[in-house]
Write a protein that binds this ligand. Structure first.
Ligand SMILES: Nc1ncnc2c1ncn2[C@@H]1O[C@H](COP(=O)(O)OP(=O)(O)OP(=O)(O)O)[C@@H](O)[C@H]1O
Ligand SMILES: [Mg+2]
Length: 369
């Protein structure tokens, strides 16, 4: 897919900006804290319905303003798609797709598809399982609104169940209503696990061949879904497994005031030549793995939708050694890419289509790259 325009109003430090990227690599260059990442954040918001760096949507409203507005227009094989996202200080969200207001937020997904690669992703292998779950969730949510809804449903139920556990402990009341939440968690949780299982199976295949090329044939990468509660033969059996786990762990949950089992504790196992990279990988190895996983994400999205998503590289070039940088650049062909950087020397070797300078929330006129 290809993004034609990005329009921001009172978004982060921007009063107003209109950006027309090129088909290939558009570079956003500038000093620190000028507004480069903010542009990518706005695009990501229109892809996923959330920011990649805050769960407090209001932080994105320009200080002193009442609301922000973002519109991203893009072309897919089947025609033009645009997503508009507006948020007020009161917390009201208004999302439009192709000019029509959507009733459920999941309806905005899949129109503008994107993969964001930021320095923290390079730490995905060593950081806690939360980052690895997020990697899976973000890809699946963009491709499957039902997954997004189940995740919402699960997280809401989890919050309710944990509140109940704390309330029961405070009041000494019997936690009868926990049954209700156990059931809700098992139904949505089993759907989540089924989708994750299938996704990681596809990811494993793609990541293995991508990694072979990224590591120059030196390493074998294996990724595996590691559910906290075992998956069954089918979704119904997974649901039963979850119900059983919740009931078995109930006493422990009441004691610890939190739900200690379920898909919110799943992980993605990452192994290099049979060694657990999460525990034993060297810094270089885990970075290469993260790069392979991100590149696989693009490939899988392309396989699923028939066209490549846009790629957003936020400051990653400076974090990669020249060899990996070269590898990444070699894979940008045919993928519309946004790259932010403070030093253009980090992009040596890349075919830059458009170079935009970002200065104090202004996008300066195009320079010849
Ligand atoms: N809600 C907001 N209202 C006004 N300004 C904001 C808001 N949120 C962030 N900013 C400003 O945006 C700037 C940061 O923008 P951004 O993260 O895009 O920087 P950057 O160009 O990517 O910098 P770096 O190179 O350090 O990553 C900061 O100056 C910050 O104060
Ligand atoms: Mg930045």
């Amino acid at each position: 897919m290809r993004i034609n325009s990005i329009h921001l109003k009172n978004f982060r430090n921007y009063e107003e900006a209109l950006i027309a990227p090129c088909e290939g690599v558009t570079v956003l260059a500038g000093d620190n804290a000028q507004g480069k990442t903010n542009v990518l954040e706005a695009v990501y918001l229109c892809c996923t319905g959330r920011s990649h760096r805050t769960s407090h949507d209001r932080e994105m409203i320009r200080m002193g303003e009442d609301a922000f507005y973002v519109k991203v227009t893009g072309r897919r094989k089947d025609g033009l798609h645009d997503v508009e996202f507006a948020l007020t200080q009161a917390g009201g969200r208004r999302v439009k797709v192709n000019g029509s207001q959507v009733k459920r937020s999941g309806e905005m997904l899949g129109h503008i598809t994107g993969v964001l690669f930021a320095p923290e992703d390079l730490r995905m292998i060593k950081d806690g399982p939360g980052m690895r779950r997020r990697f899976i969730d973000m890809e699946l949510s963009q491709l499957r609104p039902d997954y997004y809804y189940n995740l919402q449903r699960y997280n809401r139920a989890l919050k309710q169940r944990n509140t109940l556990l704390r309330d029961c402990s405070a009041s000494g009341a019997s936690p009868d209503t926990l049954d209700l939440w156990d059931n809700e968690l098992a139904v949505s949780g089993a759907a989540i696990q089924t989708a994750r299982h299938a996704f990681v199976k596809r990811l494993a295949e793609t990541a293995s061949h991508v990694h072979e090329s990224v590591s120059g044939g030196k390493e074998r990468l294996k990724v595996e879904y590691e559910p906290d509660v075992a998956c069954g033969e089918d979704e119904a059996e997974t649901q039963n497994n979850l119900m059983e786990a919740f009931s078995q762990r109930r006493a422990a949950d009441i004691k610890r005031l939190t739900t200690t089992s379920g898909p919110h504790r799943d992980d993605l196992g990452v192994f290099i030549d049979g060694m657990d990279a999460r525990a034993y990988g060297s810094q270089g190895q885990v970075r290469t793995c993260a790069l392979s996983l991100k590149l696989s994400e693009i490939e899988l999205m392309e396989l699923q939708t028939g066209e490549a998503p846009v790629l957003m590289l936020d400051d990653v070039m400076s974090e990669l050694d020249p060899e990996r940088r070269r590898l990444l650049i070699s894979r940008l062909e045919g993928v519309q890419t946004f790259v932010t950087c403070t030093d253009e020397n980090d992009l040596a070797g890349a075919k830059i289509g458009k170079l935009l300078r970002v200065k104090n929330a202004c996008i300066l006129p195009e320079e010849n790259p």
